[in-house]
Ligand binder design. Structure first.
Ligand SMILES: [Ca+2]
Length: 408
């Protein structure tokens, strides 16, 4: 008994000392990591100078940066478990609040939007949609947690992320050049974890290629000047072939038969039985278009024109370009899809969301505001309620959940 207790104590002491040495090891490893990062900064200075950056600009840019940004590395290594279902992707971007705010911003910025459209030929509704999707009309720029020091983020990626080393180095050089031109100073050079900057989220190389000073203050300021940011987006689209006065695509209905892949003229599509969903004729029937079915045959169908593919130069994703097109159309007064996305539930309107929130609150599942907006708090409460009645915890605000709540 005695010996086994002693043994036990011995094991405990051993564990404690092991733990202690682990702690010491980890802290010193961090110190080593910081030291080697500082070494890397010193080393990269030579590369920067070779690329035309002055030593003074470099030293100012790195002043106070002593360690890699762990938050950036966490973001860089995050792998989403699943791709959002199509309906969810679009509901998150093409939604009432984004449409209403876009319409208000359009009124507010009308003279600038006119000027930008005149110069670049790009539809202002598309620019407003990009602004909404990229930064929620600038709202994310006020979020200090996600807006980081661009120099530190890019140096972190170049130093510690093997997959983004090349990207980090290239973007870091471009970011240093931005500081050197004086368009922005180092304390205001902020961006996302991967260096996407300002209202329209340009990475430094794209900034260099497209940034514009349309408000005429002598600086291409996509962080603080909305006109500059929107003109910069317009310039990117224009230089990549945007066609003035044309749409991005049309929602269509398709016949049951198999349809060809690739581009045909609208006239040819029409002969195959493809029609506009709103029943109107296609303007310019000789335009070439490609059929896209983002959610398969059961969901809405689109014929995509040249400008859809130009939007993809902003972000090379069909979903992204479709969301920008749809949001833009509705900011411009359009009424939205004729055939809605397939959803695993029946959506409810904001007054029904309010009723749902009240009922969830009464039952103690919900503590937030009764505002008719189904945010993460509401969805969490729905899940908790679903758990309590033993059904699948989807967390969607739906007619089905409301019906359950009314029953109880
Ligand atoms: Ca400016």
């Amino acid at each position: 008994m005695f010996s086994s207790l002693a043994l036990h104590r011995g094991v405990l002491a051993f564990c404690a000392s092991l733990l202690l040495s682990l702690v010491v090891l980890t802290t010193s490893q961090f110190a080593i990591a910081d030291e080697s990062f500082q070494q890397w900064i010193k080393e990269f200075r030579k590369t920067a100078i070779k690329n035309g950056i002055s030593g003074e600009v470099y030293d100012r840019a790195f002043k106070g940066i002593t360690s890699p940004d762990q938050w950036v590395l966490d973001k860089a290594s995050y792998q989403p478990e699943f791709k959002a279902p199509v309906w969810q992707y679009f509901d998150n971007r093409v939604q009432k609040r984004a449409i209403m705010r876009g319409r208000a911003k359009k009124k507010e910025l009308q003279p600038w939007l006119d000027k930008i459209e005149k110069r670049y030929g790009v539809n202002p509704n598309i620019l407003l949609a990009i602004w909404s999707v990229e930064s929620s009309y600038g709202a994310i720029l006020d979020n200090d947690k996600v807006m980081r020091n661009v120099i530190r983020s890019l140096a972190t990626l170049a130093y510690a992320d093997p997959q983004r080393k090349k990207f980090g180095r290239q973007q870091l050089l471009a970011a240093l050049k931005i500081l050197q031109t004086g368009d922005i100073d180092e304390s205001h050079l902020t961006g996302s974890w991967a260096g996407a900057m300002g209202h329209t989220q340009f990475i430094p190389t794209s900034y260099q290629a497209y940034a514009v000073d349309i408000d005429g203050d002598g600086r291409r300021d996509i962080w603080n000047s909305v006109p500059d940011a929107l003109a910069t987006a317009a310039n990117l689209l224009s230089q990549n072939g945007w066609r003035r006065g044309e749409s991005w695509g049309y929602e269509v209905t398709i016949p049951k038969r198999k349809l060809p892949a690739g581009k045909l003229t609208l006239r040819e599509w029409e002969k195959l039985g493809v029609k506009r969903a709103n029943g109107k004729p296609f303007p310019r029937p000789d335009d070439k278009a490609e059929l896209k079915l983002p959610d398969g045959r059961g969901g809405p169908a689109f014929l995509m024109l040249k400008n859809f593919f130009v939007i993809k130069r902003y972000n090379n994703s069909d979903r992204y370009a479709t969301a920008i097109g749809l949001l833009g159309d509705q900011i411009g007064g359009g009424s939205g899809l004729v055939h809605d996305w397939k959803r695993p539930f029946t959506p409810i309107d904001s007054s029904e969301v309010e009723e749902l929130q009240k009922k969830l609150k009464k039952k103690g599942f919900y503590k937030g505001e009764i505002d008719g907006k189904a945010g993460s708090g509401t969805r969490k409460a729905i899940k908790a309620f679903q758990k309590s009645i033993g059904v699948e915890q989807q967390g969607y605000p739906s007619k089905e959940v409301l019906k359950e709540l009314r029953k109880q």
